[in-house]
Design a protein around this ligand. Sequence first.
Ligand SMILES: [Ca+2]
Length: 163
Amino acid sequence: MAPPAPPSARPTSGKSERAEIRPRRISPPTSAQSRKIRFDTWISAFNPPPSDLTKLGDPDGDGRSNYEEYALGGDPRFHDAPPAQTVNRTGADIVWSFAVRDDAGIDYTPKRSPDLTQWFEFTAPQIQSVPHPDLADFLLITITATAVATDGKEFVRVEFVIP
Ligand SMILES: [Ca+2]
């Protein structure tokens, strides 16, 4: 399974926001006060620096690009795990929570799959976005949608458009 979302929390408004996804891609909502750490600033702040500073680079060989580590949380110099995420089934719903950096420039699409072959966008999901309780500069995204799996298997992942 492709690592689903993975990705220090800086409170923004403190209110949760709910919205239905209609556009093909979504970006996490941010407040005007939120601090934006753009990729170039983030990657250049490591000391010692990673051996590859490009967005598609994977100098630690963990299978996650530098940009994925920026967006979902990680250290591009070490084979570390992304922030914890949860996927649960609650009644007829699947409830998936993951961290994404609080940066309106990140363009991502959460997807689901019954078989790791075909990937689909969530149908009429409810999305809650709040400041992450443990990670500064990250949002905790919770997607609630009707489960489609009939055999108990369902997979989730986040796809990025790397700018
Ligand atoms: Ca990596």
